[in-house]
Every structure is written in structure tokens, then in C-alpha cells.
Design a protein around this ligand. Structure first.
Ligand code: C2E
Ligand code: MG
Ligand code: MG
Length: 357
């Protein structure tokens, strides 16, 4: 039985002796049929669909179990992108349960005030002075304690909750920056899902207006994910934000695909070089070579560079030699709650001063 569960979601429930290969072939035909372009007012609309498949008796013997498992398979298809099908697998069940729990907890976290922002300084390598702070989300769960953003943000992204969380981060971080000296910027991480939210720009504009913070004090950090999905629309949004005076940085550069095409796609103000290269800059020739090239490339393109995850002064010396603009990492400070940011402009203490004379 093929059924449309809603929106672009289809389930195939099967009982009998059709092989998986035959079912897969059928799902492929279903996707192809639905995705035929439709012309409306001269515009070609491309419908997409996702399919989950559950087979009796392996995946359940009641209709309810089969439907539930087809639904789980469907979600796994959706994760992979548009126009895909997946067969149910038992591991999907456990993963889904944990995810649902986390999703409910994230929903509650905002209203229960369990979320907060911590701030980590970005240090100008030449002067040793902080030039701004990156806002990083923290979640203090009532039972599980501190949960890392690397754990909950992917789920908030999948469920769309990141839009709400992200708007809260924008309002909170900009309001915090309003209390800082004018020369300090605030960096805010933006998820790809936030770019699809129609409220993003108005949230930023309204917050700037309400707090009186100048747009050029706000840096938005995006990862290549933003340029991979819906890239044309996203690039247009980035241009709008740029026109408003905000700066856009490319975060975690060097991980993922790091296509050089991304550097052409948008005039980034800054490239943040991922920690994995910075980690080896004082011990490995390959890391040093890569950082050297990225710094040079950024310079030629008129962009600055921030090295992420600087933990040792030997790394800092090397980054200084390579001409990297800024550094961020535990060598200077971990991210701390706003209440602990006392002397915001104080130069980083334990810097090897010899670099700066
Ligand atoms: P990111 O934007 O690349 O942030 C840098 C991460 O590196 C932070 O981890 C920071 O605490 C960590 N870090 C900084 N210095 C060092 C160091 O010297 N050594 C080591 N080992 N780590 C260092 P955190 O806070 O766990 O955040 C992880 C990621 O979660 C962030 O990576 C960002 O992608 C995401 N994230 C955090 N807050 C937000 C947010 O408000 N919105 C969105 N969309 N994503 C966020
Ligand atoms: Mg970041
Ligand atoms: Mg990063």
C-alpha cells in the first residue's frame, strides 16, 4: 500500500513476497512521477517527495507498527535530502526516541530559561587586544547538566527549533554587546535553517534598532552548509545583511568540502581557520603549509583570518609569523558567561610580549 502521510511525505507498507529490490524500484518510480515539473503562471515548480518503506513481518505485524516504522524510515530519507526513499532499520527506532526526548527538552529549555550565552574573546594577534567576542550557546539541563551545543544544535536544526533558539541568541547577544565599548564586536553563529526563516532579517534589524548597536559591530558566522543548500537564495540574504552593514565570516574553514568556490560565491569579511589545522601548526609541516596558504589566499581576496582553537603560545608565535589576523582559543580564554566579562578591553595577559615589541 502506498499512502501520502502529509505534505511531501509518502509511506510504502508491504506484505508479501516482493523483493526489496522490487520495492526500491517502485519507490524510485513513485518519486519520479511526483517530481515531474508543474508549470504555474509560466513558472516551473519542482515538487519533491520523500518515501519511507516498512515491510511485514520483519518491521512489524500490526498496521500501527508498520506505519510508525515507515514514518521513521521517512525521516531518515528526509535527512538525506529531497527525493529519496529509505527502508526501515531497527536502529532508527532508538535514535528517534532519544531525538524526540531531546526535541521536547529543547522546546522547554527556552521557556524554562535553561539556555544562556557565553562569550569567547577574539584577539588581534598584532596588538594582543580583544577586538570582539563570539557568543556561544550553553544549555544547563535540569537533570543532565551541561549539554554541549555540538549535541543539541544538530537536533534543533533538524526540527526547525533552531529558528527560535537563533532569534533568542541574536536578541540576547546584541543586547549584551550594547553594554560593551563601541570598538568591540559580537560574533553570532547562524545555522543554515535560520537562513530559510523569513523573520531572520527583521529580527536582526529590530534588535539593532532597539539596542542602538551599530550594524558594523555585529559579525555573523556561517559554515559552508549555508552555501551548499539553497545557495542562491542564501547568497542573496547574505548580500542583504552585508548591505545593512553586518560582516559575514566563513566559520570552520578547512573542514567539510571547503570548496574554493565558496570564497568566490560571497565576499566574506573573514575566514575562520578550523581548529584541526591550528592544532598542528607548531608541530606539523602540513598544517603549517595549509594555514600559510589560507592566510595568503585570504589576504589576496581582501579578507582577514581568525585562527580557532589556539591553546599554546608556540601556536600563536607561528600564526604571528604567517600573518594571521586574529586568534581565538583557550590560550586566551574559554567562553565565559557575560557576568564574568569584567574588563572587556584588557589585553590578553599571558601573551608572549616579545611578539608585540
Ligand atoms: P564554533 O562556532 O566553531 O565555535 C568554536 C568552538 O570551539 C566552541 O565550542 C568553543 O568553545 C571551542 N573552542 C574555543 N577555543 C578552543 C580551544 O582552544 N580548544 C578547544 N578544544 N576548543 C575551543 P562550543 O561552544 O562547544 O560550540 C561548538 C559549536 O556549536 C560552534 O562551533 C558552533 O558551530 C555551534 N554553536 C554554538 N553556539 C551556537 C549558536 O548560538 N547558534 C548556532 N547556530 N550554532 C552555535
Ligand atoms: Mg563560530
Ligand atoms: Mg568554528
Amino acid at each position: 500500500m502506498v499512502a501520502r502521510l502529509g505534505g511531501d511525505e509518502f509511506a510504502i507498507l508491504h506484505q508479501g513476497n516482493t523483493t526489496r529490490a522490487e520495492l526500491a524500484e517502485m519507490a524510485g518510480r513513485l518519486i519520479e512521477a511526483v517530481s515531474a515539473p508543474i508549470i504555474i503562471d509560466g513558472n516551473a515548480i519542482l515538487p519533491a517527495t520523500s518515501v519511507g518503506i516498512a515491510v511485514s513481518p520483519d518491521d512489524g505485524s500490526s498496521v500501527a507498527d508498520l506505519l510508525k516504522n515507515a514514518d521513521l524510515a521517512l525521516y531518515s530519507s528526509k535527512d538525506g535530502g529531497r527525493n529519496r526513499y529509505s527502508f526501515f532499520e531497527p536502529a532508527m527506532d532508538e535514535a528517534a526516541r532519544a531525538r524526540r526526548e531531546m526535541e521536547m527538552d529543547i522546546r522547554a529549555a527556552l521557556s524554562r530559561h535553561e539556555l544562556s550565552l557565553s562569550y569567547q574573546p577574539l584577539i588581534d594577534i598584532e596588538t594582543g587586544h580583544p577586538v570582539g567576542y563570539e557568543a556561544l550557546m550553553r544549555w544547563n539541563h535540569p537533570e543532565r547538566g551541561a549539554i554541549s551545543p555540538t549535541e543539541f544544535i544538530p537536533i534543533a536544526e533538524e526540527t526547525g527549533l533552531i529558528v527560535q533558539l537563533g532569534e533568542w541568541v541574536i536578541r540576547e547577544a546584541i543586547a549584551e554587546a550594547a553594554t560593551w565599548p563601541d570598538h568591540l564586536s559580537v560574533s553570532i553563529n547562524l545555522s543554515p535553517a535560520q537562513m530559510r526563516s523569513p523573520g531572520l532579517i527583521s529580527c536582526i534589524v529590530n534588535t539593532l534598532a532597539q539596542t542602538g548597536v551599530a550594524a558594523n559591530r555585529v559579525e555573523l558566522e556561517i559554515t559552508e552548509g549555508v552555501l551548499m543548500q539553497d545557495s542562491e537564495t542564501n547568497i542573496a540574504i547574505l548580500h542583504k545583511l552585508n548591505d545593512l552593514g553586518l560582516s559575514i565570516s566563513l566559520d570552520d574553514f578547512g573542514t567539510g568540502y571547503s570548496s574554493l568556490n565558496y570564497l568566490r560565491a560571497f565576499p566574506f569579511k573573514k575566514i575562520k581557520i578550523d581548529r584541526c589545522f591550528v592544532d598542528g601548526i607548531d608541530s606539523r609541516d602540513d598544517c603549517r603549509a595549509i594555514i600559510q596558504s589560507v592566510v595568503q589566499l585570504a589576504k589576496s581576496l581582501g579578507m582577514t583570518t581568525t585562527a580557532e582553537g589556539v591553546e599554546r603560545s608556540s601556536q600563536l608565535s607561528q600564526l604571528n609569523l604567517e600573518g594571521c589576523t586574529q586568534a581565538q582559543g583557550f590560550l586566551f580564554s574559554k567562553a565565559v558567561p557575560a557576568s564574568e566579562l569584567t574588563d572587556l578591553s584588557r589585553p590578553a595577559e599571558h601573551l608572549p610580549r616579545s611578539h608585540y615589541v
